[in-house]
Ligand binder design. Structure first.
Ligand SMILES: Nc1ncnc2c1ncn2[C@@H]1O[C@H](COP(=O)(O)OP(=O)(O)OP(=O)(O)O)[C@@H](O)[C@H]1O
Length: 295
């Protein structure tokens, strides 16, 4: 299976502070990848390293088998839609499409015209006068018409209302199926990612906490609910991701490939949002350590 993005012990440091650390991932081609994590986790840094806008401090990264941004041919294979959909406010929709055609050797003018027509974007409208949703759609159109093999988008739906988000994600799903391209997009809106992504990367504190196909991740993570008493006899062979307690009961999220048959615990499935939150829950670190000590 070919990889769209391979990182090996990848790191980026600004002064003394690591924005991304020891990042090792291997993303197979043909996926829509959701990159999630709290503010400042390193998502934009990873995407910029993949887009060739940043150089790594440590480690290696290859995108579609080449060094990001190293040659014009490599640049042409990767589309990058940066945060806040940067467009030229003074340029019209038509001028953006003409600029795209001039800058991109694989430019698909028919696709650009057709998509902007379907979206009802007036060619004479200046980008600065478009709504947030229209700007995001224009940026997506420019990204798709470049005909990349990989499209990278940094929080493309952040400024959109729920309806515009749904429309944007719908169009993105259509386009990825039609053009068979791989996509990596970051977002804080996990419920949105759940609709379009089939691969997930969770970054926390500049490190990858988990990465993999969504179906597989959901099949191997479980929520166990039991009494506080049951928690004292927790099955220690489980890989614990998060722990929380109320006065009455304990809830533990575990990762395991084996079935759990312990009458002391009720086992339930997780949503993608539950899974992401379990990995982001820093308060669990101490409790996990507590379990390790008891082991
Ligand atoms: N140019 C820079 N100079 C110094 N520090 C930086 C720079 N860019 C990013 N950082 C720091 O690196 C860390 C990771 O930033 P990054 O923008 O990658 O996070 P993020 O996960 O995309 O955050 P958000 O969800 O808020 O957009 C943060 O602590 C940030 O302050």
């Amino acid at each position: 299976m070919t990889s769209v993005l391979q990182a090996q012990a990848l790191g980026k440091r600004y002064g003394k502070r690591w924005a991304l650390r020891e990042c090792t991932v291997d993303i197979p081609a043909g996926h829509v990848v959701g990159l999630v994590g709290p503010n400042g986790a390193g998502k934009t840094t990873l995407l910029k390293l993949a887009g060739g806008q940043l150089e790594p401090t440590t480690g290696d990264i290859t995108v579609l088998g080449g060094r990001p941004g190293s040659t014009p041919a490599q640049l042409a294979r990767v589309g990058f839609v940066a945060q806040d959909t940067p467009l030229y406010a003074a340029l019209t929709v038509a001028e953006h499409l003409r600029l795209g055609a001039r800058l991109n050797p694989r430019w698909d003018a028919a696709l650009a015209r057709e998509r902007s027509g379907q979206l009802g974007l007036d060619p004479s409208h200046r980008a600065g006068k478009l709504s947030g949703g229209e700007r995001a759609q224009l940026a997506l159109t420019l990204g798709l018409a470049k005909r990349p093999e990989l499209l990278i988008m940094d929080e493309p739906v952040a400024s959109l209302d729920p309806l515009a988000r749904r429309e944007f994600l719908h169009r993105l799903t259509e386009a990825t199926a039609e053009h068979k391209l791989s996509v990596v997009l970051s977002s804080h809106l996990v419920s949105d990612l759940e609709k379009v992504c089939d691969y997930l990367i969770v970054l926390v504190d500049s490190r990858v906490r988990v990465a993999g196909e969504v179906d597989r991740l959901l099949a191997t993570h479980h929520r166990l609910t039991g009494s506080l008493h049951a928690f004292d006899r927790f099955p220690f062979d489980q890989r614990v991701i998060s722990v929380s307690h109320t006065d009455q009961q304990s809830t533990v999220v575990v990762r395991t490939g084996s079935p759990i048959h312990d009458p002391a615990w009720t086992v339930s499935r997780l949503s993608l949002e539950d899974l992401v939150l379990a990995y982001m829950d820093k308060s669990t670190e101490n409790r996990r350590a507590h379990l390790e000590v008891q082991r």
